[in-house]
Design a protein around this ligand. Sequence first.
Ligand SMILES: [Zn+2]
Length: 423
Amino acid sequence: MKPNDNEILPEKQMTSQTLFYILIGIILLNFIVDKFLTHLNAKHFHDPVPDALADVYDPTEYQKSQAYKKAKHSFGTLTGAVSIVGTLLFFFLDGFAFVDNLARTYADNNIVVALLFFGIIMLASDVLSTPFAYYNTFVIEEKFGFNKTTKKTFWLDKVKGWIMSAIIGGVLLSLIIWFYETTGAYFWLYAWALVTVFSLLMNLFYTRLIVPLFNTQSPLPDGTLKTQIEAYAKKVGFSLKKIMVIDGSKRSTKANAYFSGFGPEKQVTLYDTLINDLEEEEIVAVLAHEVGHYKHKHIIYNLTTSILTTGFTLWLVSLFIGNSLLSEALGVSEPSFHVGLIAFGILYTPISEITGLFMHLMSRKFEYQADNYAKKTFAGTPLISALKKLSKNSLSNLTPHPAYVFMHYSHPTLLERFENLQK
Ligand SMILES: [Zn+2]
C-alpha cells in the first residue's frame, strides 16, 4: 500500500496514510471484538443446562447438539480467518486501485465505472465465499441431517441471488450516484427518499415478489389444523387468507415462521417443516406469536427505525464523500463516489455496530411482546413446548454467554422466553 505516490504535499500524504491505518485499525478491532465474543460463547458450550430446559434434549441428542455447536464454531473460526486475511491482503496490495483501474479501462461514465467496480468486488468475494457456503450446506448441515438442498437448488439460488442484487443494487446505486452528480450537497435527501420508497415497496411486496423466486407458498391445507387456526384467527380478527405455508423443506429441516408486510399485504408465513414438527396446538401458539408481531405493529416500528437510520447514514455520507482523502487512503488517486463509499463504510462500522445493537435490543423486546400476546390470546404452555421443540430440532445452544446474546441475538434466549411465559 502506497497512498498517493504522486502527491506533492507531504502533510497530505501523511494524512491519507494515517486514514489508511485508521481503516485497518477499525477492521481489526471489529474482527477482534467479534472473535472474543464468539470465543467467550464457545467456552460456555459445556455449562450445565438450566433445570427449566432439562427436557429439551435427551442425552444422545444433547451430545449431537454439542458436536454441532463445535463443528459450527470451528467452521466460523476458519471462515473468519480466511476473510480477515483476504481483506487485509486486498487493502495492503492496493486491491481497490486495481479494480478501479480495471473498471476505468472499460468505461468513462462515472455510473458505469461504479457499477463495474462494485460488480467486480462483489462477484470476486462471492466466488471466494462459495466453496465455504457449499461446505457448510453439503458437509456440515448434511452431516447433522439438516440439509435438504439439492446441488441444483444451491446453484440456482446463487444465480438468482446474483441477478437480483445486480438489478436492485445496480438501479439503486446508479440513481444515488446520479443524484450526487446532479444535486450536490442535497443528494442525501433524494437518496433517502429513494431508499425509503424502495424499502416500503420491498416490505409491502416481499411475499409477493421476492419469496416466489425462491419458494412455493400455498394456503393452509384443509383439516383439523386449519379448523383450529380458523377459530383462533376469527377470535383475534386476522384473515385466514393471510396465512400461508411455505416449502422450507426444500432447503432444510429447520423450521420457522414469520410475519411480513403491512396494510393489505400483511401475511403470516408458516414453514411446512414447522407444521410437520409441531402438534396442532403448538402451531396455533406459534401463529399467535406472529399475529402478536402484527397487532403490536412491529413491522412499522422496524421500518421507521431503519428509515431514520438510513437518513442519518446518508447525511453522514454527504458530509464525508466529497473529501478526496477517502479515495486516497485506499490508494486511488482519482477521487470518486464509489471508492469514497468503501472507505466511508469502514469508518461507519463502529456506528453501525451501535445501531445494530439497538435494533437487537428492540427486536428482543418485540419478541417478548409477541410471546405475551400469544399467551394472552391463546396459551403460554403450547408456545413453550413449541419453542423447546424448535430449539431441539435445530440443535440450538441452550447456554449462550450473556455478552454474546446482548450483541448478536435478535430473540431472547429460550430460558428467558420460558421464564417470561411462566410468569
Ligand atoms: Zn417473533
